[in-house]
Design a protein around this ligand. Structure first.
Ligand SMILES: *[C@@H]1O[C@H](CO)[C@@H](O)[C@H](O)[C@H]1NC(C)=O
Ligand SMILES: *[C@@H]1O[C@H](CO)[C@@H](O)[C@H](O)[C@H]1NC(C)=O
Ligand SMILES: *[C@@H]1O[C@H](CO)[C@@H](O)[C@H](O)[C@H]1NC(C)=O
Length: 500
């Protein structure tokens, strides 16, 4: 009796740690609870792959799945195993596989020759294709307990943006973003990845595009468009995909006239051009105050191909209207500004065109000034020189036509030695000087260089005017020496001012 009592006590103590030992002992009481524990342990064993154990107690527990829904992704060509890992599966149970409502297998017997049933009820699909992607069901009979497996098989080609599949979708990027577009193919044959952007082949940083990667660093407006990837496998129908990229950026603001000329009592138009995405609003500021519509100011918005334009019209101009106007444009991303000066001085001259015949250059500039132009100055220098040489305007010509537009044409003829020249112009009216126009470059061909490629008639014409003999380097040296420059200039024509 002593021994039996000890056994009982030991069982009470260790029972909760090892019900197996105590369940086997011939001790009465607390058996029901311990047997339940035994069942659970048994199931865990079955779950790890050993054949289902059949115990009388198990028969009452219905089979179930820990995960009723499974999502499975595969690449084309993979061998895929769909598991049917039911708990409490026993000898009285049968597993059936369905694809949608079509039976694929009954027990361990495959009905469809596309599949193979494994001993553990798993379904094997060898070398899957995108067409194998579908909803599969494993049903345990007779309880009709089911598990759903959604199988997707990657396309032959897909485009990933920062590791997300974006094939044939659109993406919105923000200015300054960094993104990686990867073109991925699952093809048995070797494939050349070819990217294009808005229909143009992309060949920037060749190594990256060869690996199917397009890196967009510091994204901006110009990156918006359609990116297409083609997996050139040599076939007639190569796989391809696209992604449409939209870029949101803060407004880009500009004006084609930074200086606007006006005459007292006249009116002036100030232009503000901008591009923005998303849509932007614009307004003008003068002396810190936002301008509102009045007898003085009117505003017009217009749509152009490359930009949107807001035009401020200032009426009955007087001294108080002169000065700086700020055009402020803002959208959800940010804001930007452009500054415009209103003055009585001529606007900055604009280079129109030029002709070069041998050493003789004829140049045309346009200038706006409602007031008569009184003077114009042309600066010129060889690109290597530091100092400018200057020619002053000599004669003025008035043209009655187009007087209202205030547009003047400056024409100048000059003969220059061979080399790269910079020229610039400024003008004066009765109220003051304009700014210099931006430098314009003029190349005078060396007739000795030109003789190599030019047709014969050009050779004849180019032959005049240049001192013979000396080699090219010597000439360039001489020309870049400031002291010699005016000497080398063969002749300077006059500047003509024409009112258009
Ligand atoms: C079933 O067997 C296959 C092949 O042996 C194995 O890959 C798969 O993991 C098994 N499934 C389960 C649930 O054990
Ligand atoms: C110009 O404005 C319109 C709306 O007024 C907008 O739809 C369009 O995108 C804008 N264009 C540019 C280049 O910002
Ligand atoms: C320069 O522009 C004017 C129009 O402003 C044109 O008549 C002339 O043919 C142009 N000359 C050249 C060389 O393009």
């Amino acid at each position: 009796m002593r021994a039996a009592t000890w056994m009982f006590l030991i069982c009470l103590l260790i029972g909760q740690f090892n019900s197996d030992l105590c369940g086997a002992s011939p001790v009465d009481g607390a058996n029901e609870y311990q047997d339940d524990d035994y069942d659970y342990n048994d199931e865990d064993d079955a779950g790890t792959g050993s054949p289902p154990l059949v115990a009388e107690e198990v028969l009452s527990a219905p089979p179930y799945f820990e995960q009723p829904d499974i999502v499975l992704k595969a690449k084309p060509g993979d061998d895929v195993i769909l598991n049917c890992d039911a708990r409490n599966f026993d000898i009285s149970n049968v597993a059936m596989w369905y694809r949608q409502s079509t039976v694929l297998s009954n027990g361990l017997t495959a009905v469809s020759n596309r599949v193979e049933v494994l001993r553990n009820n798993s379904l094997r699909l060898a070398s899957v294709t995108p067409e194998d992607g579908d909803d599969y069901y494993c049903v345990i009979l007779p309880q009709n307990v089911r598990q759903h497996t959604a199988l997707t098989v990657g396309a032959r080609l897909s485009i990933l943006c920062d590791d997300r599949d974006v094939t044939d979708r659109s993406q919105t990027f923000k200015q300054g973003d960094h993104h990686r577009l990867v073109c991925q193919t699952f093809l048995p044959t070797s494939t050349a990845i070819k990217w294009s952007f808005n229909g143009q082949r992309l060949s920037t940083s060749a190594e990256d595009t060869a690996n199917g990667v397009v890196v967009l660093d510091n994204v901006d407006e110009e990156n918006a468009g359609v990116y297409q990837c083609l997996g050139d496998d040599g076939s007639a129908d190569p796989p391809h995909g696209m992604v449409s990229v939209d870029v949101q950026y803060s407004p880009k603001v500009s004006t084609h006239r930074h200086h606007v000329n006006a005459e007292e009592g006249g009116s002036a138009e100030i232009y503000c051009d901008y591009r923005a995405n998303p849509i932007a609003i614009s307004f003008f500021i003068k002396d810190g105050k936002t301008l509102s519509l009045s007898d003085k100011y009117s505003i017009k918005n217009s749509l152009h191909k490359q930009h949107n334009r807001t035009t401020l019209r200032v009426k009955d101009v007087d001294e108080g209207d002169l000065g700086e106007y700020l055009c402020h444009v803002e959208n959800a991303i940010g804001s930007n500004e452009v500054r415009v000066q209103l003055s009585y001085a001529p606007e900055t001259p604009q280079f129109e065109n030029s002709t070069v015949e041998g050493n003789k250059v004829t140049m045309h500039w346009l200038v706006r000034s409602m007031q008569p132009l009184s003077e114009a100055v042309l600066d010129y220098k060889l690109s290597k020189s530091i100092r400018w040489s200057t020619v002053s305007m000599i004669k003025t010509q008035h043209h009655n036509s187009g007087k209202e537009s205030g547009v003047w044409k400056i024409t100048h003829e000059i003969e220059l030695t061979p080399g790269l020249w910079h020229v610039r112009v400024k003008t004066k009216n009765t109220k003051g000087w304009s700014n210099f126009a931006p430098n314009h470059d003029i190349i005078i061909q060396d007739p000795e260089d030109a003789s190599v490629e030019s047709p014969p008639e050009d050779l004849v014409r180019a032959g005049f005017g240049i001192g013979g003999g000396s080699d090219e380097a010597e000439k360039k040296n001489a020309a870049s020496t400031i002291g010699l420059m005016s000497g080398l200039m063969l002749s300077a024509g006059s500047i003509a001012l024409l009112r258009l």
